[in-house]
Design a protein around this ligand. Structure first.
Ligand code: AMP
Length: 395
C-alpha cells in the first residue's frame, strides 16, 4: 500500500479524509483532542512536501441534516492551536465555494470542509457525491482508520476518482503496520488477553486469533460464560447462556491447536454491581448464588504474570474486570503492569479495542505499551480478519 511518502505533493491540493469525530461540550468546544492531535503529523508531512491540505471528516450523527451542533467549525480553533497554521473553513463539503477555496489555499494554510454527514449520500456511499467531493483535491489521502470499516463515499468510493494518486496517511499506515505485527510477523510466544463484557462480541476475534496464538488469557465479564460452560457456579455474574456451547467450542478449538488457555482461577466478588459493594474472594467456579464476579483474583494474577511477562507479542483487548470501579480495578491494572514489564523487556504489545484503551489511558500507561490503537470498531473488524473497505480502496 502506498503511503503519503510515495506521492509527489508539491503544489497539489491534498484531499485528506481525517477522523475528527471528537466530543464537544455544550459550548461546542472540543473536550478530547486525541484524534485531531493524531492527524497533525500527516498534515505537517503534506505541507513539508509542498502540498495544500484540504481536510474532510464526519462529526457525530447529523443524519443528513445541516445542524450547527455538528458543524466542523467547532474544531477549527483546536486545529489552529495544534497545527500552528491558519485554518480556513467552508460551510459545505461539495460545490463551487469549497472547490474554489481549495484552489485559493495559500502555502501555510489548511482548509477544513463542513461535516460530510450533512449529506446522507456520505453514509450511502453515493458515487456522484464521492465524485463531487473528489473535485476538492488533486490527490486523495485516507487517514481515518476509525471509519475504514465503513464503505462510505469519503472512505472507500472516492478513491476510484484518484486512480494513481491515492495513499494512506500516517495514522492509517501506523494502524495497519502495528495490527499487522500481531496478525502476521509474530515473535513467539504470542499471547492475547481478551476481556470485557460479552463473549458474543469477541467470538470472531477469538476464532481468527486462535491459530496464531501460544497463550489465550480470558478475563472480564465474558470469562464467567466460559466458567459456567465448564460446569462452574458463577452466582449472579454476567453470563450469556445462549453462548455456552460456543464457549465450549472455542475452548475445544484452542486445545486442538495447542493454545494454552488461562481462565480465571479465582474471582473478586460483590453483592451488588457497585464500587462499594461488599467484596469477597472465591474460587472462580464456586461463586455464591447471591454474589457476582467483578474482577479476577490474586491467584489468577499470580498465574498469568509469568505468562504475560514471558511473551514476545501481546495483544490486549478488553478489561479484566469492572475497572471503572476503583475497588474492582486491580486485575486490569495488574495486567497492564505485566504488559508494561514485558514491553520493557522487548516484547511488542498492542492495546486495541474500546475499553482496554480507556483502561490504559485511565492508568496513564499509554507510553508503557508499544502501540495503542485509536481504531475502535475498525480495529476489531481488522483483528477479526475482515477486509475493511477503506483499506481495500487504497490498494
Ligand atoms: P467490552 O466493550 O466488551 O470490552 O466491555 C467492556 C466493559 O466490560 C467495561 O465497561 C467493564 O466494566 C465491563 N466488565 C469487565 N468485567 C466485568 C465483569 N466481571 N462483570 C461485568 N462487567 C464487566
Amino acid at each position: 500500500m502506498k503511503t503519503i511518502n510515495d506521492l509527489k505533493l508539491e503544489g497539489k491540493r491534498v484531499l485528506v479524509r481525517v477522523d475528527f469525530n471528537v466530543p464537544l461540550n455544550k459550548s461546542l468546544e472540543v473536550t478530547d483532542d486525541t484524534r485531531i492531535r493524531a492527524t497533525i503529523p500527516t498534515i505537517k508531512a503534506i505541507m513539508e512536501k509542498g502540498g495544500h491540505p484540504v481536510l474532510m471528516s464526519h462529526l457525530g450523527r447529523p443524519d443528513g441534516i445541516r445542524n450547527p451542533e455538528f458543524s466542523l467549525k467547532s474544531v477549527v480553533a483546536k486545529l489552529e492551536e495544534l497545527s500552528g497554521k491558519k485554518v480556513k473553513f467552508v460551510e459545505d463539503c461539495i460545490g463551487e465555494e469549497a472547490v474554489s477555496a481549495s484552489k485559493q489555499l495559500g502555502n501555510d494554510e489548511i482548509l477544513m470542509l463542513e461535516n460530510l454527514r450533512f449529506y446522507n449520500e456520505e453514509t450511502d456511499g453515493d458515487e456522484e457525491f464521492a465524485r463531487r467531493l473528489s473535485e476538492n483535491g488533486d490527490v486523495y489521502i485516507n487517514d481515518a482508520f476509525g471509519t475504514a470499516h465503513r464503505a462510505h463515499a469519503s472512505t472507500a468510493i472516492i478513491a476510484r476518482f484518484f486512480p494513481k494518486s491515492t495513499a494512506a496517511g500516517l495514522v492509517m499506515a501506523a494502524e495497519i503496520e502495528n495490527v499487522g505485527k500481531v496478525l502476521e510477523q509474530q515473535a513467539h510466544p504470542v499471547t492475547a488477553l481478551v476481556g470485557g463484557a460479552k463473549v458474543s462480541s469477541k467470538i470472531d476475534i477469538l476464532q481468527n486469533l486462535i491459530p496464531k496464538l501460544d497463550n489465550l488469557i480470558i478475563g472480564g465479564g465474558m470469562a464467567y460464560t466460559f466458567i459456567k460452560a465448564k460446569g462452574g457456579s458463577i452466582g449472579k455474574s454476567l453470563v450469556e447462556d445462549s453462548y455456552l456451547e460456543t464457549a465450549r467450542e472455542i475452548l475445544k478449538s484452542a486445545e486442538k491447536q495447542g493454545v494454552n488457555v488461562y481462565l480465571p482461577k479465582d474471582s473478586v466478588n460483590s453483592d451488588e454491581f457497585a464500587n462499594d459493594g461488599k467484596r469477597s474472594i472465591s474460587d472462580a467456579g464456586a461463586i455464591d448464588d447471591n454474589l457476582m464476579g467483578l474482577d479476577v483474583g490474586p491467584e489468577t494474577l499470580e498465574e498469568i504474570k509469568p505468562v504475560i511477562e514471558g511473551s514476545k507479542t501481546i495483544l490486549w483487548n478488553g478489561p479484566m474486570g469492572v475497572f471503572e470501579f476503583e475497588n474492582f480495578s486491580n486485575g486490569t491494572k495488574k495486567a497492564a503492569d505485566y504488559i508494561a514489564e514485558a514491553t520493557k523487556n522487548g516484547a511488542f504489545s498492542l492495546v486495541g479495542g474500546g475499553d482496554s484503551v480507556a483502561a490504559v489511558k485511565k492508568f496513564n500507561m499509554q507510553d508503557d505499551v508499544s502501540y495503542v490503537s485509536t481504531g475502535g470498531g475498525a480495529m476489531l473488524e481488522y483483528l477479526e480478519g475482515k477486509e475493511l473497505p477503506g483499506i481495500k480502496a487504497l490498494n
